[in-house]
Design a protein. Sequence first.
Length: 293
Amino acid sequence: MAVVIDVCEQQNVSTTKNTGASKQFLEGATVGYALAKKGFSFDSLDALKTKIAWDIAKKNKDIVPFYSIEANLENSNTEPTFYESRKLKLETKKARKGKKFTHHLGICSHSSLKSYEDSGYTQVFEFTEDGYVKAVLLDGGKVKGQDLENFIVGIRKDATLDAPASTDVEFIYSNYKEFEDSGVISEPDFDLEDYEGIYEVALKVVGTPTATQIVVKATAGCSSCNGISVEGIALADFVFKKDDGTIQTIDSITSNGNEYTLVGASFVSGILSTAVIEQTNIMFESTGVKVVI
C-alpha cells in the first residue's frame, strides 16, 4: 500500500497546518537510487508504483538505476548563517541539504557512475531499506525525483588490507523544501534493491569482416573475456552505421550461441551497435564496436 507524506500544494509561508497525528511514519535509510533526466516525471502516483512504467523509463534512458549503497551513509546538511546586530538579523547563507555515502565498485562501474557527473540527469529517486521510493508530487498529479544541484563522484579509493575499493558519492539537493513540502514515499510493486540498470554489451569482431559478412561475439560485463554470453539478439536489434552516421542495411543474421553472423550486400567500415534489448528481467545494449572493412 502506498504511503504519501505531505502531498499538499505549495502554500503561502503564513499558512499553518493542522498537527493531529496518531502515528508517525518514519522511512528507512536510503540504500539505493536512480537518477532521472531533467524534466522527467511519472504520469501519476500509480505509475510510480509499477515496474512497467519504470522499465519503459529505463529503456528510454529517462531513468538510470545505480548501485547499492554499502557504507558511510550520512547527511551533509548545513544550516543557514546570519548577520546579527542589535535589531537586525539577515540571512547571509542559505541552508543546504546534502547526503554522502559509499559504493564498493569495480573500475568499470566506477567509470559508468562518474560519467553522470555534470550530465543531464539532475533528479534523484531514492530507495529506502524498507522498500519505499522517495519522490516529489507535482501539481496535476505527476511525480518526479528530487532536484539535484550537484551529483559528485569522488576519486576511486584503492583497496587496503582492511577494506575493499570504494567510491564516495554526494548529493547536493537544489531545494530541501521540495521534499518537505510535497514529498512522496511510496511502495512499488517490485523489489527496488534488485532493480538494475542496463547492462553494457561488448561486441567483439571475429575474423576479418568483408563487404558481405561480419561476425561478432556478444558478452555483457566489464571484460569481454569473462563476461556473460548474450544470446537471442535479433536482426532488428543490430544497428550498423557508416562513419558519416548513415545506416547500413543488414539483410539477415544467423547465430550460434552468442556468436552472430551478419550478412549484407555492400558493407563499408563503420560502427556496429545495438538498440536496448529487453529480455526477462534484464536489459542489454551495446554502444558500439568499430568494424573495419
